[in-house]
Design a protein around this ligand. Structure first.
Ligand code: G3H
Ligand code: 13P
Ligand code: ZN
Length: 326
């Protein structure tokens, strides 16, 4: 790597070696989304304490929320915090669901080590064109690129689709060879948000489409696959939220056992946002309900951060298999 690699100055790495090791070791690297200091600290502390590589993941709207100029400095400070804890875990900063070349370029130029360009809502040809354009720019700067084929259902600030379209395995080789993308997000039945399935009472969530994943693995041997929409939606956190004034009836996620199976395959990156949001909200609701006179943010954001640290350690150890791999 040359001295012009911007993200190295922030103490970051791209995802290439992380994914190679995850493929060989049959685990997945966690990609946790964050918007603020407490989430950023919790992700890094949880990953330091479980000795896991980590991808710090920021959507376009999260970057605006935290301030696009401030964001790289926040991450630089958080990396310094991890190193001060005596940890040398690999840390990447990744743009989640980038939707334009300009946004990806801005992120690359400000210190992101990895970007996703999500052209999955475009035609196959336009998706290839946009992704290839980002790859060409990113690779010159040592930045890795995630593309996407197939559409996930679910609603987030910037990601919204009423229905999912599974990835078509016959498209993946052409997409990867024409774009040069370093990893590929696929749609095999996960979805964004906390309401992933509409289940009747007593009904189990349907299985992910492992047959599609296996077909993709055959066509792209040794190539890193990414799973979005992979929160498990803890029933304990949902119950706590509902107990303390919330309304998240029928929230349900991807069973951990299915994610464990995916993590042992070519899936090298698993995206988790909603689970962290639920953990923090559950604790904050409980505190507000039990101590209505509390108004010091540290007294509710601090315990919310602690809950998130525990969630992250448990995910790395029990679901992704990334604990101890840094
Ligand atoms: O998949 C999207 C992520 O969960 C980020 O969502 O746009 O609400 O920050 P956001
Ligand atoms: P969840 O909503 O399941 O946490 O998915 C997050 C995600 O895919 C971020 O890109
Ligand atoms: Zn996503």
């Amino acid at each position: 790597m040359t001295a012009s690699i911007i993200y190295e100055k922030l103490g970051l790495v791209n995802t290439r070696e992380m994914f190679q090791k995850a493929m060989e070791g049959r685990y997945a690297v966690p990609a946790y989304n964050f918007n603020n200091m407490e989430q950023l600290q919790a992700i890094l502390i949880g990953c330091v304490q479980s000795a896991s590589p980590v991808i710090l993941q920021v959507s376009g709207s999260a970057r605006e929320y935290a301030d696009a100029v401030m964001m790289p400095y926040m991450v630089e400070g958080a990396v310094a915090m991890a190193r001060n804890m005596g940890s040398n875990i690999p840390i990447a900063l990744h743009l989640d669901h980038g939707n334009t070349f300009e946004l990806a370029k801005e992120c690359i130029d400000s210190g992101f080590s990895s970007v996703m360009i999500d052209g999955s809502h475009h035609s196959f040809e336009d998706n290839i064109r946009l992704t290839a354009e980002v790859v060409e720019y990113a690779h010159k700067k040592g930045v890795t690129v995630e593309g996407e084929l197939g559409v996930l259902a679910g609603v987030e600030d910037e990601v919204s689709s009423a229905v999912s379209h599974y990835t078509q395995p016959e498209e993946v080789e052409e997409f990867v060879s024409k774009t040069g993308a370093d990893s590929l997000a696929i749609s095999i039945g996960t979805s964004h948000g906390a309401h992933k399935f509409k289940l009747k009472p007593g009904e189990e969530p349907p299985s992910l489409r492992f047959d599609i994943l296996e077909e993709i693995e055959k066509r792209l041997p040794g190539y890193p696959i990414v799973l979005h929409g992979a929160s498990s939606v803890s029933p304990e956190h949902v119950a706590m939220i509902n107990q303390f004034g919330g309304n998240l009836e029928s929230a349900v996620g991807i069973p951990a056992v299915q994610l464990r199976r995916a993590a042992q395959s070519a899936v090298c990156k698993i995206n988790i946002d909603s689970d962290g949001r639920l953990a923090m909200t559950a604790i904050i609701r409980k505190i507000f309900s039990e101590k209505p006179s509390e108004f010091d943010p540290r007294k509710y954001l601090g315990p919310a951060r602690t809950e998130l640290i525990e969630l992250i350690k448990a995910k790395n150890e029990d679901v992704l298999g990334s604990a101890g791999k840094a």
